[in-house]
Design a protein around this ligand. Structure first.
Ligand SMILES: NC(=O)c1ccc[n+]([C@@H]2O[C@H](COP(=O)([O-])OP(=O)(O)OC[C@H]3O[C@@H](n4cnc5c(N)ncnc54)[C@H](O)[C@@H]3O)[C@@H](O)[C@H]2O)c1
Length: 255
């Protein structure tokens, strides 16, 4: 039987790229998204993918999406990618409680809802892989990001706990932390040429990231080549989060 992958946020840019790479790696793919029309539209671009409306903050919606995956592809997913996410950026002093809670719900609590539901099914088979999409903003928080950094570092810690609890059941759970990706949530930000060029210069690899950079990392973590990697957060940012000392003002050489 073919392997199958369940990708949340699959209507979005990074989720769709993960779906495409998963198809290329031999998976059948279910792209789920709150925006069902977008998920279906992305799926039509991929041979072997189905798009479906699903709200990752809603247990019943997630269970019925996993049921549909089982009906169409057979059994539990081999790979689950938690890629659905939102950002409500604002200075903390200005952020509403409703926005703070919503970001935690979509970015962090969904990781529990989807991860637990999938893991219960995977554990019956004794194998499966989960990859949670975090962010370098959860590693080193950017000012005015509201609940976003806490939601992503929470998801990274949840990844570790899942790996510890579910490793003995045959599951591996890892995270991929994207840096400055020229797509999706960051697309409006990088539409500004000045911001774009400053950010490109701040990345040691001297370019913004692409959705495919993230998708490649996800497929690697899901592969047999990563069979001993469990509970790891793989930062995929061209070195941006390691560039602090490179970016600080320095005295001119010899002065
Ligand atoms: N683009 C970047 O620079 C960047 C950087 C770091 C991390 N990320 C993370 O990558 C992931 C994908 O983001 P993207 O840039 O492709 O953005 P995107 O907006 O293109 O994709 C996110 C998708 O999540 C979906 N979604 C939102 N709430 C949902 C819900 N309750 N249930 C189901 N789906 C829901 C949206 O409809 C959207 O299609 C997110 O988790 C984001 O935090 C992105």
């Amino acid at each position: 039987m073919m392997k199958h992958a369940f990708v949340t946020g699959g209507g979005g840019d990074i989720g769709a790229a993960i779906g495409a790479r998963a198809i290329a790696a031999g998976y059948q793919v279910l792209l789920v998204d709150q925006d069902g029309a977008r998920a279906k539209q992305q799926a039509t671009q991929l041979k072997g993918a189905i798009g479906l409306a699903c709200d990752v903050t809603d247990e019943a919606s997630v269970e019925s999406a996993l049921d549909l995956a089982a009906t169409n592809f057979g059994g539990a997913p081999d790979l689950v990618v938690n890629c659905a996410g939102i950002a409500r950026f604002a200075p903390l002093m200005d952020q509403s409680l409703a926005d703070f809670r919503r970001v935690l719900d979509v970015n962090l609590v969904s990781g529990f809802i989807v991860g637990r539901a999938a893991a219960r099914r995977m554990a019956q088979r004794g194998s499966g892989c989960i990859v949670n999409i975090t962010s370098i903003n959860g590693v080193t928080p950017a000012p005015n990001s509201g609940a976003y950094p806490a939601s992503k570092s929470g998801l990274a810690k949840l990844t570790e706990l899942m790996a510890v609890e579910w490793g003995p059941l045959g599951l591996r759970v890892n995270a991929v932390a994207p840096g400055f990706i020229d797509a999706g949530l960051s697309a409006p930000f990088f539409a500004n040429e000045t911001v774009r060029s400053l950010r490109e210069k701040a990345v040691p690899t001297r370019r913004l990231g692409r959705s495919e950079d993230i998708a490649d990392a996800v497929i690697f973590l899901a592969s047999d080549a990563a069979s001993y990697i469990n509970g790891h957060e793989l930062i995929v940012d061209g070195g941006a989060s390691r560039a602090l000392l490179a970016l600080l003002p320095r005295e001119a050489p010899g002065s």
